[in-house]
Design a protein around this ligand. Structure first.
Ligand code: BV8
Length: 234
């Protein structure tokens, strides 16, 4: 394995699956119980805010019962052990990369543990339930707080920074994502169009974008990611 200096790792729900966090599209996935347009869109929130708040309250509460798995921990070790830069760009809204030891993380679809005020724009750490009766601690409006989550039709966070990282990387690794949601699903094509970076997909099965990767490794992240990190640090 060549030595890489600028690694970007895109992760999806599959990296947290072995921690017990349900994915979106696997057979017991989140979307089995909910249609996307009913819970993860601004229109859904406008139409039925209590239902959407509850959908995220349940997922936020689940965070207390899950632990980072070997894949999260290996990625933390890669960042601290590599003589170079490792950035995690995650589609996940859980905090398992942080708890696995990574520090350079971009939550492009937001974070379950935070809420945002729709009046003053402030973002707050919010470990408990959020509802329409929750008052903004900054501007005191109520109702005002929404999950700090990027819904369908909303612009993902830090896209400029992500695009410049993709342009500068010499290795792009995608772990545990079905490659079904854009713009994240298009990152590998962006990397391939820009230059000579190597691209690796690590996923339980071939994703929608598998054919764009120079290398694919199929199996469980908890097994394959530590092996890959070992190769990268050798
Ligand atoms: C935007 C937060 C523009 C919410 C999420 C038509 C064509 C193309 C695009 C579009 C279109 N119509 C609309 C769009 C755009 C849309 C989109 O892509 N839609 C899709 C459905 C077609 N995208 C958007 O709206 C995005 N915004 O485009 O803005 C814009 C421009 C200008 C101005 C304003 C806006 C915003 C999308 C963000 C939505 N929010 N999450 C929440 O969490 O509740 S999306 C959510 O699903 C995730 O964040 C993730 O991004 C996405 C996909 O999930 P995955 O992480 O991949 O999980 P999944 O279950 O699908 O797959 C898991 C994989 O893991 C599987 O492959 C499985 O095999 C594997 N696995 C399982 N276990 C393991 C494993 N692998 C390894 N080990 C294991 N143990």
């Amino acid at each position: 394995m060549a030595s890489y200096k600028n690694i970007v790792v895109l992760t999806g729900a599959g990296v947290s699956a072995e921690s017990g966090v349900s994915t979106f599209r696997d057979n017991d996935g989140l979307w089995e119980q909910h249609r996307i347009e009913d819970v993860a869109t601004p229109e859904a929130f406008h139409r039925d805010p209590d239902m959407v708040q509850n959908f995220y309250n349940v997922r936020r509460a689940q965070l207390k019962n899950v632990e980072p798995n070997a894949a999260h921990i290996a990625l933390g070790a890669l960042e601290s052990g590599l003589d170079g830069q490792v950035t995690i760009v995650t589609q996940n809204v859980d905090n398992l990369h942080e708890r696995g030891g990574s520090t350079s993380i971009i939550h492009m679809h937001g974070e379950l543990g935070k809420v945002r005020c729709t009046c003053c724009g402030y973002v707050f750490l919010w470990p408990g339930d959020c509802s329409q009766s929750s008052q903004c601690p900054n501007c005191f409006n109520q109702p005002a707080l929404r999950p700090h989550i990027v819904w369908f039709g909303e612009m993902p966070f830090e896209m400029d920074r992500i695009e410049s990282l993709l342009g500068a990387c010499d290795l792009f690794i995608s772990i545990g994502t079905s490659g079904s949601v854009y713009p994240a699903a298009g990152f590998v094509s962006l990397v391939r169009a820009i230059g000579a970076a190597h691209t690796i997909e690590v996923n339980l099965e071939p994703s929608d974008g598998a054919s764009h990767f120079a290398e694919t490794r199929h199996g469980e992240a908890g097994t394959l990611v530590p092996l890959l990190v070992e190769e990268l640090l050798a």
